[in-house]
Write a protein that binds this ligand. Structure first.
Ligand code: SF4
Length: 125
């Protein structure tokens, strides 16, 4: 155990949409009983890429005592179970992630998946 940065999930704010599951490359997050959960703390590297995908602000990072991040554990879990993957679509044009690159963006507390084709329009208006 060590004090380190790790994801924190506010159960009250989580609506179980699952948008945070795919961005986690380490498969640390899963939907259990309709709520996002960190299935093993050693799988969360605290990078926080999931935060941008959450539409409700349920995810944040905190510093606290937790088992250290383990690449071994990530490798092990990727071998023992299929990735819990939820494909996303651009919330601007509906393009799937098979058709274009998608990025999670946040603005004014709102989170959206946006494809790289729509991104210039958002940047330049
Ligand atoms: S993206 Fe946010 S609201 Fe949706 S499941 Fe994950 S934590 Fe819950």
């Amino acid at each position: 155990m060590a004090t380190r940065t790790i994801v924190k999930i506010d159960e009250e704010l989580c609506n179980g949409c699952g948008a945070c599951i795919s961005p986690c490359a380490e498969s640390a997050l899963e939907l259990i009983d309709g709520k996002a959960r960190v299935i093993k703390e050693e799988l969360c590297d605290g990078a926080g890429f999931c935060l941008g995908a959450c539409p409700t602000g349920a995810l944040s990072l905190e510093n606290r005592e937790a088992p250290e991040f383990s690449e071994q554990a990530v490798k092990k879990i990727s071998l023992t179970r299929p990735r819990n993957y939820k494909p996303q679509k651009c919330m601007q044009c509906g393009m799937s992630e098979d058709q274009a690159w998608l990025l999670p963006l946040k603005h004014g507390g709102e989170a959206r998946w946006i494809c790289t084709r729509c991104l210039p329009g958002l940047i330049h208006g």
